[in-house]
Design a binder for this molecule. Structure first.
Ligand SMILES: N[C@@H](CCC(=O)N[C@@H](CS)C(=O)NCC(=O)O)C(=O)O
Length: 254
């Protein structure tokens, strides 16, 4: 599958008979669904799209033109990362990613919900930094503290247990991106090891999970993409596609 982001006027590639995920390489929501597909070892194709010049056919699969969208049957789509991931987990139960206990399921969802403030703070810091306020930074750290506390209470390697589950794959794409902020001069967003020792250990464990390792990008790569988008010209196709894991930006030609 091409890593190039297809845009207005480009044809929809022929359907290959597998599930197909419409994504954008730097989208954290799309990453959630990629990680779930990887973790469950479900064969799939992906198509990356340019979100500034969307190809017309994306609206067949996602009415608002957002990614991710899953083509579950030729020409038929499911949109929104959480909706896609619950669908995948129920439709393909061989590698279950959700707890069976209804209370734990609710606790996982509440945890994800409690991190939305940190995610908003991240977006503001990354893309509209003049509107960043001290209370947003505070909200960001409150989110990280809640997450660390939950890891301490659960006492498991991952939030889900000895292996990562849906809750881990839902939260991870943002943790991956948070680490880019200090590289952009936003030191107040650093995940300081002395304060976040348990969380730091968790981040290191997550980086080594195969489903994550094959897709995760280095903080420098996210920083480079953020800079391009913040300048109004997102460099969707900046990756060196020969690199496989924890990809870094393509080197400039000498
Ligand atoms: N709630 C959605 C959010 C998806 C989303 O906002 N995706 C962004 C890219 S990271 C997008 O498609 N933006 C294009 C647009 O809003 O037109 C989900 O979880 O899938």
């Amino acid at each position: 599958m091409s890593e190039k982001h297809l845009q207005t006027g480009d044809e929809l590639p022929a359907f290959g008979g597998k599930l197909r995920l419409f994504a954008m390489r730097f989208c954290p929501y799309a990453e959630r669904s990629i990680l779930v597909l990887n973790a469950k070892k479900i064969p799939y194709d992906h198509v990356f799209i340019n979100l500034d010049q969307k190809p017309e056919w994306i609206f067949t699969f996602s009415p608002k033109g957002t990614v991710p969208a899953l083509e579950y049957e030729q020409g038929k789509g499911i949109f929104d990362s959480n909706i896609i991931n619950y669908y995948l987990d129920e439709k393909y139960p061989e590698v279950p990613l959700q707890p069976t206990d209804p209370l734990r399921k609710a606790q996982d969802k509440m945890l994800v919900e409690q991190l939305t403030g940190a995610q908003s703070a991240y977006y503001t810091a990354a893309f509209s930094s003049p509107s960043l306020t001290p209370s947003m930074v505070e909200t960001y750290h409150k989110g990280l503290e809640v997450l660390q506390k939950e890891l301490e209470v659960r006492k498991t390697k991952f939030l889900h247990g000895d292996e990562p589950g849906l809750v881990d794959y839902t939260i991870w794409p943002f943790l991956e991106r948070f680490q880019a902020l200090p590289l952009l001069g936003k030191q107040e967003f650093a995940i300081d090891k002395s304060k976040y020792d348990v969380l730091t250990k968790y981040i290191e464990e997550m980086k080594n999970v195969p489903a994550v390792k094959s897709y995760c990008l280095a903080p420098e790569t996210h920083a480079k993409y953020i800079e391009s988008r913040a300048k109004g010209n997102p460099d969707y196709n900046m990756l060196d596609t020969s690199a496989v894991c924890c990809m870094r930006p393509r080197k400039k030609k000498e």
